[in-house]
Design a protein around this ligand. Structure first.
Ligand code: DGL
Length: 282
């Protein structure tokens, strides 16, 4: 049973949550598409990475983050993290939201990503590069199976990739080895793949290296744009939720680690300076 929290009914910002910095790649695209809204980003950097954690732990941490964002005035929270979308979204939607406030919403990023691949893959063979947690959850297989039952899906965990990004090593010469090795491996597992989904929000930062090693003719899907399009569509269809969003064009940043470190590293993702505030989740 979730402890009772009292929530303001005043309009508020859109919350975006990730285990660390990866969700900033989603925030950037959402904000480009809809600069009019206010955004509140929360990175659980002190407890990242989530990719190797169990279902129970990812669920518990994600629920804490969602509740925190609700307490900060958000009516709508986007889980800008595949691992949290895979391991926590459904339970939060079905079990926790009705108890916390049935009018608030939490949306994930896997479904909007999967929707786009029908228009991209011609061979019907798709590869998913993600955290080990997302791969083990088989959420991509399940979601793709619902929309495109005849598609063949091959998934591969890339445990080093998140660490490269979290430690700001993603453009270093050493990163090439880890990127190339995973790409070669997944294409060896299924040589007919013609569409690779980056199923982790940290991975777009590795795009310069990824493009170097993915053979031409294979599409690489980075999620941000598809998530932004899907959110815009959602808000068009849900005027009640749209009416509960404030519109001053601001972005605020919260992190569970030191604010200075977040400010320094987050610049890489957003290409502009920002101010962050440290918070504690429980
Ligand atoms: N950015 C997260 C995702 O999209 C995961 C990174 C982590 O392992 O914490 O899956």
């Amino acid at each position: 049973m979730s402890p009772h929290i009292s929530l303001s009914q005043e309009p508020g910002p859109i919350g975006v949550f990730d285990s660390g910095y990866g969700g900033l790649t989603i925030l950037r695209q959402i904000r480009n598409a809809m600069p009019q809204y206010d955004y509140l980003y929360l990175g659980d950097n002190a407890r990242a990475p989530y990719g190797t954690r169990s279902f129970d732990v990812v669920y518990e941490f994600t629920l804490q983050a969602v509740r925190y964002l609700f307490q900060q005035g958000c009516h709508l929270v986007i889980l800008g993290c595949n691992t949290a979308s895979a391991k926590a979204l459904r339970t939060i939607q079905q079990h926790d939201l009705p108890e916390i406030d049935s009018h608030r919403r939490v949306l994930g990023i896997i479904r909007p990503t999967v929707e786009c691949i029908g228009g991209i893959s011609r061979t019907g063979h798709v590869g998913i590069l993600a955290t080990q947690g997302t791969v083990r959850s088989r959420t991509y297989e399940l979601e793709i199976g619902k929309l495109y039952p005849s598609m063949s899906v091959t998934s591969l965990g890339c445990p080093m990739w998140v660490s490269l990004v979290e430690n700001n090593e993603h453009l270093s010469p050493g990163a090439d080895y880890f990127v190339r090795e995973r790409i070669d491996k997944i294409l060896e597992m299924d040589p007919e793949i013609d569409c690779l989904i980056l199923g982790c929000t940290h991975f777009p930062l590795l795009m310069p290296k990824i493009s170097k090693y993915v053979p031409s003719g294979i599409g690489v899907v980075s999620q941000g744009k598809y998530v932004a399009d899907s959110l815009r569509d959602y808000l068009c269809r849900h005027a009640d939720m749209e009416g509960r969003l404030t519109r001053n064009g601001t972005m605020r940043f919260l992190t569970t680690e030191q604010a200075e470190a977040f400010q320094e590293n987050a610049k890489v993702f957003l290409s502009s300076p920002l101010e962050a505030q440290r918070v504690f989740l429980k």
